[in-house]
Design a protein around this ligand. Structure first.
Ligand code: V47
Ligand code: SF4
Length: 394
């Protein structure tokens, strides 16, 4: 009986035969030949409900890049302000100036947040805020210098392309002058936020005031030109179509062909609560896994795909490690953007918890820095404190 003999067959062989007989057989052939997938292929992958076949294909590419290695980073997030002129409809985090709930951290408050964790071996400080109407450039530069002084060994990954363009506009400087000054102050990489979906249709509906897609890509490319690297995101699970997701990925692929400066791609799962989109159909697990898998397949020139556990939840992020993702992001410590929009995940995971998730998925955890260089800890490194346990599977 065929079913009996199949049981003893290695599961990868069974999956391979399954995909070869499926509607995605020609895409399998392309993946095996390491050929670039087309827009049409991306659309067909999103249309297909053969999730395991899609995951199998994405996993082939993921393992070709990284084998079992799965990355995590010991990082700290600092949100310096939520005051923002843009008023994006999907954002529960921002406030207008003067509105209740708005905040702006003074530099000594930022310093206190860094100081609180100086005993921890943090390798990356991730800093983002809103587009504040009148915060002077000196605030941003002093903030970066202060963090650098306190944590000279950590990488500062700060300010999205949207914040950079906003600063340039407010200060009547060019984008490249702003980037150069930030770099001199100590910024080594830009986070990937603000890309949302490049579709003009969606941007008109959700964030018409925000830097447009050409502007976002231009800032990223200019950063790459002066030797700064950056990340790229896609906010999905709201009003966008599958075709708009595919086009977003292809625009990033084209930009990466030009500069090679993107470090990682991060599909950001939309959280609906307290936003102007509370009524939209909540995302499904299928959408999460397909979006990660399709991005792994289309973005053949991106080394890394991040399953950002804050937005996905730890369990879905763990499963994504077999659907194309090779990175979970990090410890984070304090997160506002997703949690103000109802994210159900914890706000921090310990290194033990992150590594436990990775091992339980049958993968090999590797601590990395911002640029995915493995972190080698000497025995003299400060010990990693144990946090309150039991917060992972909330
Ligand atoms: O730009 C806003 C998104 C981004 C919501 O580069 C929302 O390593 C979900 O970009 N639901 C900021 N997402 C976060 C970000 C990020 C996070 C972690 C790592 C990195 C990196 C970058 O969050 C914003 C926006 O696209 N966002 N509102 C929401 N309701
Ligand atoms: Fe402002 Fe960013 Fe929120 Fe848009 S997503 S309102 S730019 S903080």
């Amino acid at each position: 009986m065929e079913s009996v003999s199949m049981i003893s067959e290695p599961s990868a062989d069974i999956a391979k035969r399954w995909v070869q007989k499926s509607e995605l057989a020609d895409i399998y052939d392309k993946v095996m030949a390491d050929r670039r997938l087309s827009r049409e292929d991306g659309l067909r992958l999103f249309q297909s409900n053969d999730l395991l076949a899609i995951g199998f294909l994405a996993n082939l590419v993921r393992e070709r890049f990284h084998g079992e290695k799965t990355y995590w980073v010991y990082n700290q997030h600092i949100n310096y302000s939520n005051i923002c002129i843009n008023g994006c409809r999907f954002c529960a985090y921002s406030r207008q100036q003067g509105e209740e709930g708005g905040f702006l951290l003074a530099l000594d408050q930022v310093a206190a947040k860094v100081k609180e964790r100086l005993h921890e071996p943090i390798t990356e400080i991730h800093v983002v805020g809103g587009c504040h109407p009148d915060l002077p450039f000196s605030y941003y530069l002093d903030l970066v210098r202060e963090i650098k002084k306190m944590r000279p060994e950590s990488v500062i990954k700060a300010f999205t392309a949207v914040e950079v363009a906003h600063l340039a506009h407010n200060e009547r400087l060019s984008v490249s002058e702003v980037l150069q000054a930030l770099k001199e102050a100590g910024v080594q990489a830009l986070p990937g936020g603000g890309a949302e979906v490049f579709s003009n249709r969606v941007r008109q509906l959700l964030c018409p005031e925000k830097l447009n897609s050409e502007g976002w890509l231009q800032v990223a490319k200019e950063a790459h030109l002066i030797g700064m690297r950056s990340n790229a995101t896609l906010l999905y699970g709201h009003l966008e179509t599958a075709a708009e997701r595919v086009d977003h990925m292809l625009a990033l692929r084209e930009a990466q062909d030009e500069t090679g400066g993107f470090i990682t791609f991060i599909p950001l799962a939309f959280q609906t609560a307290n936003t102007g989109l509370s009524g939209v159909q909540p995302r499904t697990g299928f959408t999460d896994l397909k979006t990660i898998a399709v991005s792994r397949l289309l973005l053949d020139n991106f080394a890394h795909i991040k399953a950002y556990w804050i937005m996905l939840g730890a369990k879905m992020a763990q499963i994504a490690l077999h659907f194309g993702a090779d990175d979970l992001d990090g410890t984070v410590m304090e997160e506002r953007i997703g949690h103000m929009a109802g994210a159900q995940s914890a706000e921090a995971l310990t290194p033990d918890e992150l590594q436990g998730l990775i091992r339980a998925a049958g993968r090999q955890p590797v601590e990395r820095d911002t640029f995915f260089k493995p972190v080698v800890r000497s025995t003299k490194s400060p010990s990693i404190p144990l946090y309150e346990r039991g917060k992972i599977f909330k």
